[in-house]
Write a protein that binds this ligand. Structure first.
Ligand SMILES: [Zn+2]
Length: 151
């Protein structure tokens, strides 16, 4: 008895989706590096989608090219996600500093992007007292005094 090629393909897809799911959530493979796990899971899902989109009887080198595109696509998707997370984090830091500044009577200038060790960071200062604040991914450096005193 031979299994039809469609059945084998469906079984292989189920297996690969299952593996991608395990890689994403980390059960059974806690010792794998989390970032690499997520990236491989993304590669597998993209690879299934791209291979499904290939015409019948396509040469092997085009199948391999689909895998390469999946690897490149996964890296791009995950970096966009990371960049968004960084932006959300920095924005929350800025809102917290603005709240602190206004409670303590400071009037902040707009946030200015500065380039730091981890990429873009932001600084601002008080128009009245010159007190300075700086937000980065590793935290906030708040040099505003407890009350605003004009220089
Ligand atoms: Zn001030």
């Amino acid at each position: 008895m031979t299994t039809s090629i469609e059945v084998k393909k469906a079984q292989l897809e189920t297996a690969v989706h299952y593996l991608a799911g395990l890689l994403e959530e980390g059960s059974l493979i806690q010792h794998y590096d989390p970032e690499t796990r997520r990236e491989i899971a993304e590669v597998l899902e993209l690879m299934l989608a791209k291979v499904n989109g290939l015409p019948d009887n396509v040469p092997d080198n085009l199948v391999q090219a689909a895998v390469v595109r999946a690897i490149v696509g996964a890296a791009e998707n995950l970096h966009i996600e990371e960049a968004l997370e960084r932006e959300v984090f920095l924005n929350r830091q800025m809102r917290e500093v603005e709240a602190f500044a206004s409670i303590h009577g400071h009037t902040l200038t707009g946030w200015e992007p500065v380039s730091g060790e981890e990429g873009v960071e932001y600084q601002s200062s008080c128009r009245e007292c010159g007190g300075f604040v700086y937000v980065s991914l590793s935290g906030t450096y708040n040099l505003l005094l407890d009350s605003c005193e004009r220089m």
